[in-house]
Design a protein around this ligand. Structure first.
Ligand code: GLU
Length: 511
């Protein structure tokens, strides 16, 4: 049965107060999936009305995070759109006009008592808390001021805030798509500030006005906003506007399953759990893996299938399948998925993805690495071995340093089954082989080295140890003959000679 879909208008409305964390990114992802699923629009709106918490860099970080994950927006601060501007601080006159409209209709009132006296909560609480909570609820002293006193105050031209006149009795019901109808007693609500004395709207007013003006059909936001929703419903009602369909997404829990996920990275039992989007980028995660992973946090593509494409997720994504139950992030799965996606990249693509990461780690400029033949040969050799892009450096760094930089411990050069003299003999023979091999490729090198090992009566494994360490400085490396080919004949021989010098010095010391 194919259902005809109404194109949805869905917004991601972050407050630019800091870095984007995974919870925010998950909200944006679900917004985007639903917009794309219905053939509608995904809108980016910046909710910067809390100037005290404003962080100027964070808009750039937000956009970078969304772009990295491939969440393209159809309307937003940088590209505009039919309902521009998309930054709330640039829409101040609009909010004043609507706040005054509510005063005129009796749904709001002017408040001359300084707001600060009543709103001493932490910024987070102040933003999230329209309901009686930890702070002293405002006692509505300005709401019932007699008319003459009101007129006198106005005549003085005193600055004022505008507060919502919440109904004093009765109930308010909000319909949440995942949780059904939720009812609040109105006598538990406070008279929320709508417009501050400085003319800046609060989140409540700005959100309601913008969701209406921007024709938002579905509001997806974190569960922590649920307590604000009766105020929002009352505001929509007061304006005579329909409320968009509310969808409060389940909170994401800390790795130990307790409490809302922290907005900072955490260390639990010695393991690091990242929280911010740029940390995941820096740690070497692929956007495909994070996309796949986050899509399955609170929603499930298919119990049988762990790996899927964006297009497949878009086709299947239904809001009603989101579970309202909070869940912790399965970090181990993300790492596994990342390995899967790394293995699925074409070698060329892996080369490209590794370029910026290695550039930072190895201190080589990106341009050089992008055109590096060595990297293009190495990329497929390490593809099976890494789960994070940042793990590549330890396997390839040796290829990008001069021979003198490879200074292995002499003991590492000597295989457990051999002594110094034998190792020196092996290396001498190896250099000879390398000089004589006509075609310098993996196949011929392999045959030549095996033959040489046999001739000397040494098993291949121990025979090759010193070569591996001599050219990479490590006991674990990409496949040996491939590595020799990456370096080329001259450089390989140079490294083997250096290793011999190290061994000779060591032999002298130990006699
Ligand atoms: N500006 C709010 C935030 O930072 C958005 C809440 C909403 O989506 O309505 O999370």
């Amino acid at each position: 049965m194919t259902e005809k879909l109404t194109p949805a208008r869905v917004r991601f409305a972050p407050s630019p107060t800091g870095f984007l964390h995974l919870g925010g990114l998950r909200t944006a992802l679900f917004d985007w999936l639903y917009a794309r699923h219905t053939g509608g629009q995904f809108i980016l709106r910046i909710e910067d009305t809390d100037q005290k918490r404003y962080n100027p860099d964070s808009v750039e970080f937000l956009m970078r995070g969304l772009r990295w994950l491939g969440l393209d927006w159809d309307e937003g601060p940088d590209i505009g759109g039919p309902y521009a501007p998309y930054v709330q601080s640039e829409r101040k006159p609009i909010y004043r006009q609507y706040a005054e409209q509510l005063v005129a209709s009796g749904h709001a009132y002017k408040c001359y008592t300084p707001v600060e006296e009543w709103e001493e909560a932490s910024p987070e609480e102040a933003e999230a808390e329209p309901v009686a909570g930890s702070r002293k609820p405002y006692d509505r002293r300005d709401r019932f001021v007699p008319a003459e006193q009101q007129a006198a105050l106005e005549a003085q031209g005193r600055p004022y805030a505008i507060r919502f006149a919440a109904p004093l009795d009765g109930t308010t019901t909000v319909d949440d798509l995942l949780r059904g109808e939720i009812t609040w007693k109105n006598n538990t609500l406070v008279d929320a500030v709508l417009l501050k004395t400085d003319g800046m709207p609060t989140y409540h007013l700005a959100m309601v006005v913008d969701d209406y003006l921007m024709k938002i059909t579905h509001v997806l936001r974190g569960e922590e906003w649920l307590p604000s929703s009766p105020i929002h419903k009352l505001l929509f009602d007061a304006f005579g506007w329909p409320m968009p369909q509310m969808v409060h997404l389940p909170v994401i829990l800390n790795p130990n399953g307790k409490g809302k996920m922290s907005k900072r990275k955490q260390v639990v039992d010695g393991k690091e759990y990242l929280a911010l989007v740029h940390e995941f980028i820096e740690a070497g995660y692929l956007p495909e893996a994070v996309f796949n992973f986050l899509t399955n946090v609170g929603w499930n593509f298919d119990a049988e299938r762990e790996v899927f494409t964006k297009e497949e997720a878009i086709a299947r994504f239904e809001l009603r399948d989101i579970t309202p139950k909070p869940a912790a992030l399965p970090y181990a799965k993300l790492e596994w998925l990342n390995g899967v996606y790394i293995r699925n990249l074409s070698p060329n693509e892996l080369h490209l993805r590794l370029t910026p990461v290695l550039s930072k780690q190895l201190g080589i400029d990106e341009e050089t690495l992008r055109h590096s033949e060595q990297l293009s040969e190495l990329a497929p050799l390490i593809q099976e071995r890494i789960k994070l892009l940042t793990e590549a450096a330890q396997f390839v760094d040796w290829a990008f340093v001069p021979a003198e930089a490879i200074q292995p411990e002499p003991k590492l050069l000597i295989d457990k089954k051999l002594n110094v003299e034998q190792t020196l003999a092996v290396l001498t023979a190896g250099i000879e082989v390398l000089m004589q091999t006509e075609t310098f490729n993996v196949k011929t090198l392999e045959v030549a080295f095996r033959t040489q090992a046999e001739k000397m009566g040494i098993k291949v494994g121990p025979f090759l140890t010193s070569f591996r360490v001599a050219i990479t400085g490590k006991t674990i490396s990409p496949p040996l003959f491939e590595s020799m080919v990456v370096l080329g004949r001259d450089e390989t021989i140079l490294r083997l000679r250096n290793a011999m010098k190290i061994l000779q010095a060591y032999a002298l010391q130990t006699v």
